[in-house]
Design a protein around this ligand. Structure first.
Ligand SMILES: Cc1ncc(C[n+]2csc(CCOP(=O)(O)OP(=O)(O)O)c2C)c(N)n1
Ligand SMILES: [Mg+2]
Length: 586
């Protein structure tokens, strides 16, 4: 006698598919419209953890951060109407940084849709722009298949899939017969680089006077190959901001990143190079960062990216690792050029100059002594969730990242409030690793409620707030870009340590140089989540965008004024290093 098929509620079937993709937790917030999914979560509590965040935006940001840190699908849920709208900002972060995220969004029951019902909005259109896949379930039977398809699409298109679930569907019994093929999902294969293009690239590099590598996150698996190319052709390495960490900061020929958060040496190289080997990199600011006459060899796995941000001499459609390895195998090792030697000397002097402030006792404190403590107290496999603001500048320049550590920020979308949800995700995904969040006083306030999430789940994270009483990143723009009176940027002094204590975390305040070591020692040793409020100088970081450093072509009075303002007496322009190299002094 044929056995009768077992039945399952569609919401349970949906979670079963998600689980089959290796997901064992999701981030979100309940609502009446999501009772079906919350019920299914309760049913699966032994295998699927619900991380109750305190704002749906935080849940979506955590999912985005986790997907960026792990490369795997991560899931956020929000209830109908306001819950759905709150998700949106975090999903945009995932979209911009190409993170595979699945958002389950509740909808009122089908019978109440489209008749101006309580909390009912037309959810489809609001997710149209953010999602690579955005569908509303129409039958209970196809919900598991829809979830499966949504996850496949998120992986394939490196973005956000949204599945909107009218409440009545989740509660409906369906046959428990859906089979996901998640375990057989394969990573795509990429083409081998064209050998003719590799030969051409090698010739161009050899003929160049000042070639450099500019790599992005697409080179994340290619650290040894980047070094091999750099050593063979004596090309300094410069990265995009989010590609920091692919090559360790202490690697001699890694000069750092370029762009506003970068240090001076990387920025100067961009304007001095005549050939860029552009690897896995889609930085939108590229047009502002490089000598316009420089030739470009571009490596990317995505043909849409080839030539997107600049003109390309040699396009190479291949994975960074394979293409760089092919290039590194070409010809004999070159001798260090003047450009290469000057680049390294510039980096070393810049680091020496920065390090000079690490013991500075000025109050309120400069960032350098705090980052020196972070470098000292961070484990070799620590994870950093970095917010948006001056903390990006300080992190890029002052944190010596090891390839064994991880970090994430809101890269292309640059949403404030990212730091804390990213730290929550880091601790959930890597419970054994030490986790820091680093935020400004503006960014921290935006998602500060997530301290409650850390407390609720005992997520031991060290949350550092840099309190400079201003929206510093924007203050600097108003002062240096537009030369306008400061408008709307001032923030009140806030006792974040007391706020943290009120939320059940441990709170510390650092005011003086002598506080630093004591507080970090105690924070690292503490049991649960910790907040460190650093009372930071109001002075803005050294600007590389409006830099007056070279009297050879810049107004001498302006150079003097700039050097005095940033205590930059020990810094030399890149042209001086080039001259030293030409004179055989380097
Ligand atoms: C959600 C959001 N709103 C506004 C901005 C614009 N913005 C970028 S950085 C910044 C200031 C950040 O201030 P704070 O967190 O105090 O850091 P600081 O730069 O002072 O260190 C602002 C307002 C943004 N990026 N994201
Ligand atoms: Mg601030």
């Amino acid at each position: 006698m044929a056995e009768q098929a077992k039945t399952i509620k569609a919401a349970d079937a949906a979670l079963k598919v998600i689980e089959e993709w290796g997901v064992d937790h999701l981030y979100g917030y309940p609502g009446g419209s999501f009772d079906d999914i919350m019920n299914a979560l309760h049913n699966r509590q032994n295998t699927m953890k619900f991380v109750q965040v305190r704002h749906e935006e935080a849940g979506a940001l955590s999912a985005a951060a986790e997907a960026k840190l792990t490369g795997k699908i991560s899931v956020a849920i929000g209830s109908a109407g306001p819950g759905a709208v709150h998700l949106l900002n975090g999903l945009y972060d995932a979209k911009h940084d190409h993170a595979p995220v699945l958002a389950l969004v509740a909808q009122v029951p089908q019978a109440r849709m489209n008749i101006d019902f309580f909390q009912a909005i037309d959810e489809g259109p609001i997710f149209d722009d953010v999602a690579v896949f955005n569908r509303t379930a129409t039958t209970a039977e196809n919900l598991p298949g829809l979830i499966d398809t949504a996850i496949r699409q998120a992986y394939k298109y490196h973005g956000v899939s949204v599945v909107i679930i009218p409440k009545n569907l989740g509660w409906t019994d369906i046959a428990d017969t859906y089979q996901s093929n998640a375990k057989n999902h394969l990573a795509p294969l990429y083409p081998q680089p064209d050998p003719v293009a590799i030969d051409k690239a090698a010739e161009l590099i050899k003929a160049a006077k000042s070639p450099m590598v500019y790599f992005g996150i697409g080179a994340k698996n290619a650290s040894p190959e980047l070094k091999a190319v750099s050593e063979k052709f004596k090309m300094p390495l410069v990265s995009s901001v989010i590609a920091k960490g692919i090559v360790e900061d202490t690697y001699p020929a890694y000069i750092g990143s370029t762009g506003r958060p970068a240090g001076k040496p990387g920025v100067e190289l961009g304007f001095s190079t005549d050939l860029i080997l552009w690897v896995g990199n889609d930085v939108p600011f590229s047009i502002f960062l490089f000598n316009k006459r420089a030739k470009v060899i571009q490596i990317d796995i995505d043909n849409e990216k080839l030539g997107k941000r600049h003109n390309v001499e040699v396009p190479i459609l291949a994975d960074a690792k394979t293409a760089l390895a092919a290039l590194a195998a070409k010809g004999d090792e070159l001798q260090p050029s003047n450009f290469y030697r000057a680049a390294i000397a510039n980096k070393n002097d810049w680091r020496k100059w920065q390090d000079g402030f690490a013991t500075d006792k000025e109050q309120p404190l400069r960032p350098e002594p705090i980052f020196a403590a972070l470098n000292k107290y961070a484990d070799d496999d620590a994870v950093f969730g970095v917010d948006v603001g001056n903390v990006n500048i300080n992190f890029m320049r002052l944190l010596d990242l090891k390839t064994t550590q991880k970090w994430t920020t809101s890269g292309q979308y640059a949403s404030m409030g990212y730091g804390l949800p990213a730290a929550v995700a880091a601790k959930v995904a890597f419970p054994e690793r030490q986790v820091f969040s680093l935020s400004g006083d503006g960014g921290f306030a935006m998602m500060s409620q997530e301290l409650l999430t850390e407390v609720k789940y005992g997520l031991k994270t060290i949350n550092v707030v840099f309190s400079n009483e201003t929206l510093g990143y924007i203050e600097a723009e108003q002062a240096d870009d537009t030369h306008q009176p400061l408008s709307g940027v001032d923030l009140p002094d806030t006792d974040w340590a007391t706020v943290a204590e009120g939320m059940g975390a441990k709170g510390f305040t650092i005011r003086t140089f002598d506080d630093i070591d004591k507080v970090f020692k105690a924070a690292v040793a503490a049991e649960g989540p910790v907040l460190i409020d650093v009372k930071l100088t109001h002075d803005m970081p050294f600007t590389t965008e409006h830099m007056f450093i070279d009297k050879a072509w810049q107004d001498a009075a302006k150079v003097d004024e700039f050097v005095k303002k940033y205590q930059a007496e020990d810094l030399k322009p890149f042209s001086a290093y080039l001259k030293d190299a030409e004179a055989g002094k380097l």
